[in-house]
Design a protein around this ligand. Structure first.
Ligand code: HEM
Length: 428
């Protein structure tokens, strides 16, 4: 794949909205063949609460994915089946008030077979990842997509989830603040690819203008992050929502010794251990790092960084796009060769400064929504007054530095390292 004059559509990317793509997610399947999936996903939150999901899943007809006739339909099938599967695993048993204490590893053929087929076509791992939770999981009160030359994307209040576990405003906000960040940052793909083209032509003035423009866009991306605080309660996120997001990797202690086990109608089965959804699976931030030349080091004893690991969880088209972007000369190398050009250096440094600020602001969010609730839960369980959070995928007892993120990385050290590696050319 070459990124000179790229055809954004064929890359699954929108010139305006970036990795959100140009087609808004479908809110139902155009083909009534899939009405049973539409019905189940619509009722998912109440089926979880009444603990009647198992009965409904048993009654689900075995539908092939071969009637899905476009990418946007495949994306809806991925979202719908992914949510039903995670609800089936984590929300089928136990008291109705909380995520299940005993997960169900076996996923029946009527869910497994079409899901595996859809994942294969989209080039995704068989687990609900960032694309399914966020990129392809929004609709607007207005319907469809905003007009590209309007005042930006829909406000948070106008976005609804296509699929959800609890149907609360907090859950919606968790999926849609990333959507706002992606939409705000969408134009960066074209702006920065064009800047690389200009750098090849040694056009410093155009590169400088693109970097200044990009810095202003990243600054706007930062402003979306605090919107979470007013809408999403930390306890709701940590104890109620987060458990549903977990995949089958590292869940042995929870009883998933083989991870998620996908059953097929011929009696065979596929055991799969994959991590759950995380915004670290966003292609936008990896693109920014690649094109700006922000380098991340792999942790000790590991051959790849968490970022590289996360690429497996992106849609195939986005992963291939990043692989092609990683072959481009970086803007850092262009700027570094012109350190006497103060304007150019300052524009580059402003860009990395804003990205670094984004990462600092994000650390504060992770601290509120993961670190503090984990600390409180650990303290409670030491005192015998609270249970460890169900489905939480890390240990909290040893202190915050020991907390593990979705990918099993040391959470806080990873995020701090990622921020500290976001440096400019003349200052850090
Ligand atoms: C309650 C809200 C949030 C929580 C609890 C959260 C949690 C995390 C965690 C634990 C990580 C470390 C990687 C992992 O283990 O998964 C991470 C990384 C990351 N998150 Fe978030 N996050 C939140 C909101 C967001 C939002 C709104 C975005 C916007 C797209 C975002 C984008 C990222 C990115 C890009 C990374 C990779 C690290 C980096 O680039 O520095 N997160 N997040």
């Amino acid at each position: 794949m070459t990124l000179q004059s790229p055809n954004f559509d064929s890359l699954g990317i929108s010139a305006q909205w970036g990795f959100l793509s140009d087609e808004a997610p479908l809110t139902s399947f155009p083909n009534s063949f899939y009405a049973p999936w539409d019905d189940l996903i619509r009722d998912l939150p109440s089926l979880i609460t009444s603990r009647s999901l198992t009965t409904q899943v048993k009654a689900l007809p075995r539908l092939t994915a071969s009637e899905l006739s476009s990418d946007v339909e495949l994306r809806r099938a991925y979202v719908v089946l992914g949510f039903i599967i995670h609800a089936h695993v984590w929300g089928s048993s136990g008291p109705a008030s909380a995520p299940a204490s005993t997960p169900v590893a076996q996923i029946p053929p009527q869910l497994s077979e079409p899901f595996l087929e859809v994942c294969d076509k989209l080039g995704m791992e068989p687990v609900l990842s960032y694309a399914g939770l966020c990129l392809w999981n929004w609709s607007s009160d207005e319907g469809g997509f905003p007009i590209a030359d309007g005042d930006g994307f829909f406000p948070l209040e106008q976005l609804r989830s296509v699929a959800s576990f609890m149907r609360t405003r907090g859950e919606d906000a968790f999926y849609h603040v990333p959507v706002l960040v992606e939409a705000e940052g969408g134009p960066l793909v074209k702006i920065l690819l064009d800047a690389v083209g200009e750098s090849r032509r040694s056009n410093s003035a155009s590169v400088q203008a693109a970097l200044s423009n990009s810095a202003a866009i990243i600054a706007k991306m930062v402003k979306h992050l605090p919107k979470l605080y007013a809408t999403l309660d930390a306890g709701e996120f940590f104890h109620e929502l987060r458990p549903y997001l977990a995949g089958g990797k590292g869940m042995e202690a929870k009883g998933l010794s083989d991870g998620f086990v996908f059953q097929r109608s011929d009696g065979s089965q596929l055991a799969s251990k994959h991590i759950g959804g995380s915004a670290a699976q966003s292609s936008l931030f990896q693109f920014l790092d690649l094109v700006l030349g922000v380098e991340h080091e792999a942790p000790e004893k590991k051959s790849e960084t968490l970022f590289q690991e996360m690429r497996a969880y992106m849609p195939r088209k986005h992963r291939e796009f990043l692989e092609a972007a990683s072959q481009l000369p970086t803007l850092r190398s262009f700027v570094k060769a012109r350190l006497s050009d103060t304007g150019l250096c300052e524009a580059f440094d402003e860009c990395t400064k804003q990205l670094r600020l984004w990462r600092s602001t994000h650390i504060a969010i992770v601290s509120k929504y993961v670190v503090r609730p984990a600390r409180e839960a650990a303290r409670g369980s030491e005192n015998g007054t609270a249970q460890k959070p169900e489905g939480a995928d890390f240990e909290a007892a040893e202190g915050d530095e020991q907390l593990k993120g979705t990918g099993g990385s040391a959470l806080i050290p990873f995020l701090k390292q990622s921020r500290d590696e976001t440096t400019g050319v003349t200052r850090s």
